[in-house]
Design a protein around this ligand. Structure first.
Ligand code: TYD
Ligand code: MG
Length: 444
């Protein structure tokens, strides 16, 4: 067979090109173009035959549980055979802990888990396992990141799952670039995927998201893998959200909530209760919103503080909420609802470290601000759902009745909703015509 023609790839941005050059014309990086062997597929082509669709097995039966119902739900009902799953997230957020929990449940005597610990020493993995109470003997630690060796070992031990922690530390033979570079990471991932599909072994890849986004991050892999999950959270809160942003085998934008404890990640079956745990309903400036995370409504406290300003330009600060959206709400409050804050600082905080991006939480933010300005608490049973329009009208949002239901489940009997989308009678949603009307209902 003729030698496959070489191609060149920019190690910085991943652009393919026919010729080598000193500078990448796409990203402007110098000396970043490296030669890349073209994967040869020609030799296998003749073996491939088309299979009738009806004879292909349904994959529902081949899903395996990670031992964590929340994790399974985000995956779409468990781990599919041959699936390539990428778990991304900031360093230190808990990715290794999460996959170790899953590995403990998925390994069996006849098909153990191959855990590629190229980033940490086997001792470090052992210490983490002790800490989270995992004593499974069906996890095999493989301390090297050369991908040929990894796949050979997986075959030798008949691995039922491969965990690669992290993909940035693996190397592929034949690629000259440094480990962690785009071309190394890609080539390794393509080889892993070919193995996963041909052997029907599921693979979980762990990837760090770098703040700058310049180093080969998992983002370059998103189109290769089947499923992309992100573990989110921050250093100051113990809640962790596992979010699916791509899933060939299940729903996207599904969310699971975990709590990082001293003994590992624990599933939070009732996340709303966690986000409300420290709420003092008698304090002015507190309101309850019901954002939708994935397909699931969450009940979350929003706090606001309004105080006379000492600055020439009053301060506006939003944590967990979009600042521009806050400015808009303040303008509407001033012009349409008589809550004038031109001489006041306004601080808004979403409790629990969540970041809310949905307009459906507008109304709760406005109520929290008005409650603080008037120094009147909202009733203990009041929650609010609705988008605020520029004329002070309330706009309906998706899944209103689902949200009302979740709020009521947690004891918020008076859930304010926009008039146009009042859930059918008996569901208990309290309809408001406008922002002004909603403020009257909430703060009376
Ligand atoms: P880790 O899973 O190593 O994060 P990643 O793989 O995403 O880099 O977890 C990192 C942090 O979590 C570490 O700072 C310590 C903390 N942690 C706990 O609080 N409890 C635990 O049981 C474990 C294992 C870690
Ligand atoms: Mg780790």
């Amino acid at each position: 067979m003729a030698k496959a023609p070489a191609r060149f790839v920019c190690d910085s941005c991943g652009t393919h090109r026919q010729q080598w050059s000193g500078q990448c014309s796409a990203c402007g990086e110098w000396n970043s173009i490296v030669e890349h062997p073209t994967p040869s597929t020609a030799a296998n082509v003749s073996d491939v035959v088309a299979v009738p669709l009806a004879e292909i097995e349904d994959d529902a039966s081949s899903r395996r549980s990670t031992g964590m119902a929340e994790f399974d739900r985000v995956l779409g009902g468990g781990l599919v055979a041959g699936a390539l799953v990428l778990i991304g997230g900031d360093p230190g957020i808990g990715k290794s802990t999460l996959v170790l929990h899953a590995a403990a449940s998925l390994g069996t005597r006849s098909s153990p888990v191959l855990y590629v610990a190229a980033e940490e020493s086997p001792q470090q993995v052992r210490m983490r396992a002790n800490r989270i109470g995992v004593h499974a003997s069906h996890i095999r630690i493989y301390p090297d990141g050369e991908i040929g060796g990894v796949l050979a070992e997986a075959q030798r031990i008949n691995a039922g799952l491969i965990v690669v922690d992290s993909i940035q530390t693996v190397r592929a033979g034949g690629v000259t670039a440094a480990p962690g570079s785009v071309s190394q990471v890609r080539e390794a991932t393509v080889q892993i995927m070919q193995f996963a599909k041909s052997s029907q072994t599921p693979v979980v890849l762990v990837g760090h998201v770098t703040k700058e986004g310049t180093v080969a991050g998992p983002r370059t892999l998103e189109h290769i893998v089947d499923t992309v999950l992100y573990l989110e959270g921050d250093d100051f809160h113990s809640q962790r959200l596992l979010r699916s942003v791509k899933n060939r085998f299940g729903p996207t934008f599904e969310v699971a909530v975990f709590e990082m404890r001293g003994d590992g990640l624990q599933e939070v079956a009732n996340p709303s209760a966690l986000f409300l745990a420290e709420r003092d309903a008698r304090a002015p400036g507190s309101a309850v919103a019901v954002p939708l995370e994935g397909t699931r409504p969450l009940v979350v406290e929003i706090q606001a503080l309004v105080a006379p300003t000492v600055y020439a330009l009053p301060k506006r600060l939003a944590s967990g909420f979009d600042l521009n959206r806050l400015h808009m709400i303040l303008a509407v409050l001033g012009r349409r609802a008589g809550v004038r804050l031109g001489n006041h600082d306004v601080y808004v905080n979403v409790v629990g470290g969540l970041r809310l991006r949905e307009p459906a939480v507008d109304l709760a933010v406005a109520i929290a601000i008005a409650s603080s300005e008037r120094d009147v608490p909202t009733g203990p049973q009041v929650a609010a759902v609705g988008e605020i329009g520029l004329s002070g009208e309330l706009r309906s949002v998706p899944s209103t009745s689902q949200r009302v239901h979740e709020a009521q489940r947690l004891g918020f009997e008076r859930c304010l909703v926009p008039r146009s989308r009042t859930p059918s009678s008996g569901s208990g949603g309290l309809s408001a015509d406008s922002l002004e009307h909603a403020l009257k209902l909430a703060l009376s």
